[in-house]
Design a protein around this ligand. Structure first.
Ligand SMILES: [Zn+2]
Length: 262
């Protein structure tokens, strides 16, 4: 018989939930140290006192019974912040699901305070009037960096004569030729390298405006990035190129994107 080894208090963000057995739920929790799956027993019963404290995207203080070689069990739960807007507003809920799904797909086990703070701040901004699409694009750049997949947008990642190109990329609205995005090499291409690598897997054209936005989203903090107007055409292009870029690295599209497409 497995015995509870110890009790541990944690504050975590509920990233996802799934039903388990007759009345239980598995909760995917992001704490400042780790991403863990924990078991909340009996929370699907109407009289459960824990249920309202384990809502999707909320920040919750939980008391966990750590059981060796089994699920950690939620003994108590007390919501610190309930993100009601993210449950009631369909569009914002879908963006929140996408944010949570990216975290789940890129991270397992040990995580970092930086990731926790990023997700917490992103859900908080999603709840307010923040432009959700721009916020999501900014989040993607920050998450990829924390996950060890930081794209190189500042210099060309292409190759010529078996040497790295490394040309500094300074996109301007007057540029007449497209740049490129190369998911396999992990960054942007100068116009010459786009022409050379065009038929390779994961390579696509990128407008000067989209490239300069990718540079800004990666380098600036959110408030600064959000102070510029994102033109609708560039917003659409960024959504498409980052969708493909991320799918390339995950080898599958995040399912929340299918809802955003509709
Ligand atoms: Zn190049």
């Amino acid at each position: 018989m497995a015995r509870p080894s110890r009790l541990q208090r944690e504050v975590g963000i509920v990233l996802a939930r799934r039903d388990h057995g007759e009345a239980d739920r598995v909760i995917v929790l992001l704490t400042p140290e780790q991403r863990i799956d924990v078991l909340a027993k009996g929370v699907r019963k109407t009289r459960s006192r824990k249920a309202g404290h384990l809502e999707l995207f909320s920040k919750t203080e939980v008391l966990l019974s750590r059981v060796k070689q089994s699920w950690d069990i939620v003994s108590q739960a007390e919501a610190v912040t309930v993100r009601a807007q993210l449950q009631d507003d369909f569009s914002r809920a879908t963006y929140a699901r996408y944010v949570a799904e990216l975290v789940i797909r890129f991270f397992e086990g040990e995580t970092s305070r930086q990731l926790y703070d990023l997700v917490d701040a992103t859900f908080e901004r999603l709840e307010t009037a923040a432009p959700a699409a721009l916020l999501t694009r900014w989040f993607e750049q920050q998450l990829l960096a924390l996950a060890g997949f930081r794209p190189e947008w500042g210099m060309c990642v292409g190759e010529r004569d078996a040497e790295l190109c490394r040309e500094p990329l300074r996109p301007r609205p007057t540029d007449r030729r497209a740049y490129g995005i190369d998911a396999e090499r992990g960054g942007a291409l100068c116009s010459d390298c786009l022409a050379r690598h065009r038929n390779e897997r994961g390579v696509r054209a990128l407008s000067p405006s989209a490239l300069s936005w990718l540079q800004a989203l990666q380098q600036r903090d959110y408030a600064e990035a959000a102070s510029f107007d994102l033109p609708p055409a560039t917003a659409r292009e960024l959504a498409q190129v980052m969708d493909r870029y991320i799918a390339h690295h995950l080898e599958r599209r995040p399912s929340a994107l299918r809802i955003l497409d509709g």
